[in-house]
Design a protein around this ligand. Structure first.
Ligand SMILES: Cc1cc2nc3c(=O)[nH]c(=O)nc-3n(C[C@H](O)[C@H](O)[C@H](O)COP(=O)(O)O)c2cc1C
Length: 312
């Protein structure tokens, strides 16, 4: 069983150290471990060209137009049974590079879209897709902050698990923890996270979330999008729509069971989303053929040229 640790922190900083601590815990449970310090890797920003989702839905395989180190990193991600990710908290959330990785993999790693592409290939209408893209996997996240600005990080990290439909085993956040290597209790808890992850990878079907309970009973997220002047709220991670109610003086998020069908992290929800996107893409492509669309593009293009850096 293979566990991959990815740290988004500075070289030999708190995140590298805690990622390695978790890998020590995983290794004690028999895991074969690998460690990536992602700042060593050239991972470019997504340009939004949608080549990935377009080629998957058109049977042209799982590809990305950008040439950098992502393909090699993907080999490590795809072969792993479990992934441990540690990220510094930047501006209350995960780092920019974390978001970049999420953007590069969001549509391309989507289990629903990959399953659709596999079906096309089976029916003889497309290139084969490596089954490793839809393999079950477990993941744990750790966010480490240098202050108490940390209220978005677990929602950001949890987002990485969503497209792949990876099972989250833990998602912790430690504030005021730049010197976490001096804090024995936290170090022991991170060690345990690694052990829990490895044990979860041994029996994925029965693996359970081991972290603290959150506000959303489905995905444990604590961030909500509130609809003004109502008690309606939408979970910022799994997208379930429900209501905030007061129960014995405590705020609770409740939702109808039917919402699970639409959740971003259930396979039914993923298929609904993939179908919605496909329908909208068809409409977009039709729109682009119209004179109205072409005229609007020309109007904005000719209005002003972008300022370029000097020398280019
Ligand atoms: C650009 C930047 C933004 C940061 N923003 C936050 C923040 O919003 N909240 C927080 O708790 N710490 C913040 N920090 C502190 C980092 O989280 C802290 O330095 C990091 O955990 C150190 O990780 P490392 O030792 O693995 O590099 C920020 C640091 C930088 C460089």
């Amino acid at each position: 069983m293979k566990i991959l640790g990815i740290s988004f922190g500075g070289k030999n900083g708190a995140n590298d150290s805690m990622c390695k601590e978790a890998l020590m815990g995983a290794s004690e449970q028999g895991a074969e471990i690998k460690f990536v310090h992602i700042l060593d890797w050239d991972i470019k920003n997504c340009t939004g060209c949608v080549a990935c989702s377009r080629s998957l839905t058109m049977g042209k395989g799982n590809v990305c137009a950008i040439k950098d180190d992502l393909e090699e990193l993907l080999e490590l991600i795809l072969e792993a049974d479990g992934i441990f990710i540690s990220t510094p908290i930047f501006e209350k959330g995960a780092t920019g590079l974390f978001h970049t990785l999420n953007d590069r993999l969001g549509p391309r790693a989507d289990k629903g879209i990959n399953m659709f592409a596999m079906k096309l290939a089976e029916e003889g209408h497309g290139k084969p897709i490596d089954p490793a893209w839809i393999k079950d996997k477990v993941v744990s996240f750790l966010g480490i902050g240098g202050s108490d600005w940390s209220t978005r990080v677990q929602t950001d990290t949890g987002m990485l698990a969503l497209p792949w439909a990876w099972k989250i085993i833990d998602n912790k956040c430690y504030s005021w923890s730049k010197n976490i290597i001096m804090e024995d209790e936290k170090v022991a808890a991170v060690h345990q996270m690694g052990a829990d992850l490895a044990n979860a990878a041994k029996d994925m079907e029965n693996a359970q979330y081991k972290g603290e309970k959150g506000m959303c009973p489905h995905c444990h997220c604590r961030n909500f999008y509130h609809i003004p002047n109502t008690n309606k709220a939408i979970c910022c991670l799994c997208g379930i729509e429900g209501e905030m109610i007061l129960n014995d003086g405590k705020l609770e998020f409740v939702f109808p069971e039917s919402q699970l069908e639409h959740a971003h992290d259930t396979m039914s929800g993923k298929f609904i989303h993939a179908q919605d996107i496909q329908e909208n893409e068809m409409k977009n492509m039709e729109n682009r053929k119209t004179d109205k669309y072409k005229d609007a593009v020309k109007r904005y293009q000719s209005f002003i040229e972008p300022v370029m850096p000097s020398g280019r």
